[in-house]
Design a protein around this ligand. Structure first.
Ligand code: EPZ
Length: 416
């Protein structure tokens, strides 16, 4: 199992490009199940979760090839409608195959994803939405079996703006004739990217990025090419890493409009972030001011950057509070940060962090993608040697993070 060895407390300097977004690429790749015609998706990051998605598409009957950051997908007349458990348990986003397969074949069987390191993560909102469209959903031996004699466009309201449920319904609605209106929809930029792709396939989608999305479905969708949006979470991780370690870093190809809450928090912390031509420049020196955050659906502070932010606040000049309102147990990194000398106290879904002058290197362990990224941020800020174990979690969401950090002068090595 790979681990990172970081010699921290070194300022970062230089410029790195931002990859395509994992969480935008996943639904876009899965949406190719909606058509028999070839699709080409550009700017796809080379990550474990992407490889799992491509394997899933192949298992279902697509022909897939990936060259650098470009994925070509063909075939589809005779797709299977059953997703295998070994892929779904590796990656919860596999549940997104339900929408397109249900719309095209009127039945689909997907294993229930089960809980994971950050929370219970049920799929009831997806299920309710499919039921509103006329489907019936049963649990058979741990699998969710969804069938519909006729899938109907309708008006439906999600009880919470779930990203995955919004995407699943949008994909199902795109392949049935008529208008589906989703209210209390998720407003994340990844929803807008999926909407753009569905339009490129021939559906009509309006309102993506607002809480009411209208999908004008078609009987038949055609092939398309699409370029995935930049990864706001990767970009945010690098901004916070530079803020925590100190330095002067420019991120290229980032979309600042997707990072509003993060940029505002960095500014409050005393970090300078300015727009450059096609990028963002972050300059940070000294310890930050403490800034409390609460994670919220977009455009609020993203839960996926909560762990990096907590790591950053560990060296602030005072106490801050971190409230996690999206997932119920996304604090596994807090105890690891304490091993580096951080002062953290839990109370339900809140953590109080009292900044210390410096963190000290130690051996720590990643428990999920973003917790792992938070530990890397802490290791870059800490003096001495930090070993981050279970790097495979980080590899699910960051393409060779250590290479990019080395380009910025960080002393970080991957050891097998
Ligand atoms: C997406 O997960 C992202 N994953 C997550 O990124 C991200 O943390 C999350 O959105 C929130 O922004 C992908 O895009 C592949 P949700 P998703 O449905 O769609 C509850 C990462 O590190 N809920 O908006 O699963 C759920 O339990 C990952 O890249 C229900 O109760 O998120 C959670 O508490 C991790 N019932 C909350 O809603 C449901 O049916 C938000 O979940 C669905 C969700």
């Amino acid at each position: 199992m790979d681990r990172f060895v970081i010699e921290g407390a070194k300022r970062l300097k230089g410029s790195v490009p931002v990859n395509g977004s994992k969480n935008a690429a996943l639904p876009v790749l899965i949406a190719t199940l909606l058509t028999d015609e070839p699709c080409v998706i550009e700017n796809v990051p080379r990550l474990r979760d992407i490889r799992t998605t491509l394997r899933l598409l192949e298992t279902l009957g697509k022909r897939v090839s990936m060259e650098r950051h470009r994925v070509s997908i063909e075939g589809g007349r005779r797709l299977l409608t059953r997703a295998p458990y070994d892929l779904v348990k590796e990656m919860r986003a596999s549940v997104l195959v339900a929408g397109p397969l249900l719309a095209r074949f009127r039945k689909v069987r997907v294993p229930q994803p089960g809980g994971c390191a950050i929370g219970l993560r049920p799929v009831d909102i997806h299920v309710r939405a499919f039921q509103a469209m006329g489907a019936s959903c049963e649990n058979e031996g741990g699998d969710l079996v969804i069938t519909a004699r006729r899938l109907q466009p309708c008006r439906l309201r999600l009880r919470f703006p779930s990203v995955g449920a919004t995407e699943n319904v949008m994909m199902a609605a795109a392949a049935i004739r008529g208008t589906t209106v989703i209210s209390n929809a998720a407003r994340e930029p990844e929803i807008e990217d999926l909407a753009d792709f569905l339009c490129e396939l021939g559906a009509g989608v309006t309102g993506a990025g607002t809480s009411e999305v209208r999908v004008e479905g078609r009987d038949r969708l055609h092939g398309a090419s699409h370029r995935v949006i930049p990864d706001r979470i990767e970009a945010g991780t690098f901004l916070i890493a530079c803020a925590a370690a100190g330095g002067d870093v420019t991120l290229r190809g980032v979309e600042p409009a997707h990072l509003g809450a993060v940029l505002a928090a960095l500014k409050k912390a005393g970090v300078s972030v300015t727009r450059t031509d096609g990028g963002l420049r972050v300059v940070s020196r000294g310890r930050p001011r403490p800034v409390s955050i609460r994670t919220e659906p977009h455009p609020g502070f993203p839960t996926d950057l909560q762990a990096p932010w907590m790591a950053f606040m560990c060296v602030a000049r005072g106490a801050s509070r971190i409230c996690e309102d999206i997932f119920e147990r996304r604090f596994m990194h807090a105890a690891e940060l304490a091993r580096l000398g951080a002062w953290v106290a839990f109370e339900g879904n809140r953590v109080t962090v009292r900044g210390v002058p410096a963190l000290q290197g130690a051996s720590i362990m990643a428990s999920d993608i973003r917790a792992g990224a938070g530990l890397v941020v802490a290791g870059l800020a800490a003096s001495g040697k930090t070993e981050v174990q279970r790097v495979y979690h980080i590899d699910r969401g960051y393409e060779r993070i250590e290479r990019k950090l080395r380009r910025l002068g960080a002393r970080i090595r991957r050891l097998g």
